[in-house]
Design a protein around this ligand. Structure first.
Ligand SMILES: C[S@@+](CC[C@H](N)C(=O)[O-])C[C@H]1O[C@@H](n2cnc3c(N)ncnc32)[C@H](O)[C@@H]1O
Length: 438
């Protein structure tokens, strides 16, 4: 069965995701689009991507697309799909709607029209209608309304893929696991001595970055601990596919190996350290990753072999003085999961305000002191350390008085950020200057 697949991802991550999908499915013709990647796939490839992709937010199957002007066109789009190929009336369903410059007044009503169409198709085919379950649907459907075109997807993932199935404790501002993976991929950190070396996050919160890193270092597939919507859908139900799915998981299990590099995290809050340790246990990496309490401005660098390179990866606390470009700038159409445009400015402001409130006690010279500490504690290491910092502060290099070697756009939910790279070697300091927001 041919399944046109679309994998949405965070804005700025498309190229990394395309690279990941090419590595997982070398034969697949992968195309990169705004907000995700597309490929002509099949059930086996959909299962593989759900299990193995660290960067995709979901694995969607496109089941219909049409130009539209009214809700009747949307109903027709839903009615053209052979839903009896996907589910029986005993299955439950939910329709989510995302929009990008849609002319329709009520996206929710458009979603209801899709629900009606699915129920009508199944009633005509079987004499019975399925019911809706907004919490745990068997058939999650996504309707994307563009300016003039609507696309209908079946979501084979169910819960978004950043939910790896290990998080019990969140902390206040956790990164999504998919974004932590994207930062590591952008940093070229592959969990080996040759590619990335040791990993440390000095402000690790609930441990997302070190836990994701530890799983990479051990070859643990991100989806091994969870279930997926496709497991209950008819195109995946035949015996051969079920046995392929069991084999995919068994192969992934067999690939797990001891880590070859040390991975660690620290946080000034002991509550966070406790969360991180419990999360690491559930993620199966408690034996690989070390979490300690401590102030990032004072804690010595982790002790590592002299010939091993070190990588610092951190999304530090944001202080009140920061005025994130995405939060206070002009309202912009910001793509997320499947290119949806939401009331971004409001959400971005709320997210920034929450971060600011959480970190009110942050000293105003926190970043300058952090960089000074890095120069003292990390730069002398013979094999060097590289720091990757995700921040919405476009002037971070000035605040840190460090020259950035790279800056890459990345979105942390609604917050426009940059991922900065700093090479911690002697001479990386510089006099402060005004960075143009880029
Ligand atoms: C934005 S959160 C990091 C979230 C984390 N990446 C996660 O996924 O849970 C920033 C963290 O920095 C910690 N923090 C604040 N000041 C610190 C300091 N001086 N030293 C170490 N950690 C600090 C906070 O406790 C908070 O957990």
């Amino acid at each position: 069965m041919a399944l046109p697949l679309f994998l949405p991802c965070a804005a700025g991550v498309e190229a990394l995701l395309a690279e990941e999908v090419r590595a997982l499915l070398p034969q697949a013709p992968v195309s990169e689009t705004r907000g995700g990647v597309a490929l002509p796939g099949d059930p086996f490839e959909a299962m593989t991507l759900n299990l193995e992709s660290r960067l995709a937010q979901r694995v969607l199957v496109e089941v219909g697309t049409a130009d539209y002007r009214s809700e009747d066109d949307i109903y027709a789009l839903g009615h053209a799909v052979r839903w009896s190929d996907w589910v029986t009336p005993r299955h439950t369903l939910r329709v989510d709607v995302t929009t990008q410059r849609s002319p329709l007044r009520s996206p929710n009503f458009a979603g209801l029209r899709i629900k009606d169409a699915i129920c009508d198709v199944l009633r005509d085919a079987t004499g019975q209608r399925p019911s809706v379950d907004t919490r745990h649907p068997d058939l999650p459907v996504v309707l994307h309304l563009g300016e003039s075109q609507a696309v209908l997807y079946v979501d084979t993932s169910g819960e978004a893929l950043f939910k790896r199935g290990w998080r019990v404790d969140k902390g206040d501002a956790p990164l999504k696991e998919t974004l932590a993976a994207a930062i590591l991929a952008a940093a070229g950190w592959r969990g080996t001595p040759e590619r990335g070396g040791a990993l440390h996050d000095p402000c690790c919160g609930s441990g997302t970055i070190p836990i994701e890193a530890a799983q990479i270092a051990c070859g643990i597939a991100p989806g091994l601990k969870r279930r997926f919507a496709f497991e209950g859908l008819l195109p995946f139900a035949d015996a051969a596919l079920r046995s392929q799915w069991r084999r995919l998981k068994a192969d992934a299990q067999a690939r797990i190996h001891p880590a070859r590099v040390p991975v660690s995290g620290a946080d000034v809050s002991f509550r966070m350290v406790d969360f991180a340790r419990r999360n690491a246990e559930r993620a199966g990496v408690a034996h690989v990753v070390t979490f300690n309490g401590g102030d990032a401005l004072e804690r010595p660098a982790p002790t590592i072999a002299a010939d091993l390179h070190g990588t610092l990866v951190v999304n530090p606390p944001y202080g009140e003085r920061i005025d994130p470009k995405g939060a206070r700038g002009p309202a912009a159409a910001v793509p997320d999961e499947i290119g949806r445009e939401a009331p971004r400015r409001v959400r971005a402001r709320r997210a920034a305000d929450a971060d600011a409130a959480e970190n009110r006690a942050l000293p105003s010279d926190f970043y300058a002191r952090l960089a000074a500490h890095w120069k003292r504690a990390y730069a002398p290491h013979p094999a060097g350390w590289t720091a990757w910092v995700l921040s919405p502060d476009m002037k971070l290099p000035s605040a840190m008085r460090l020259n950035e070697a790279r800056r890459m756009p990345m979105w942390n939910g609604p917050l426009e950020c940059r991922l900065f790279r700093f090479d911690l070697i002697s001479g990386s300091a510089r006099a402060p200057r005004d960075d143009a927001a880029a």
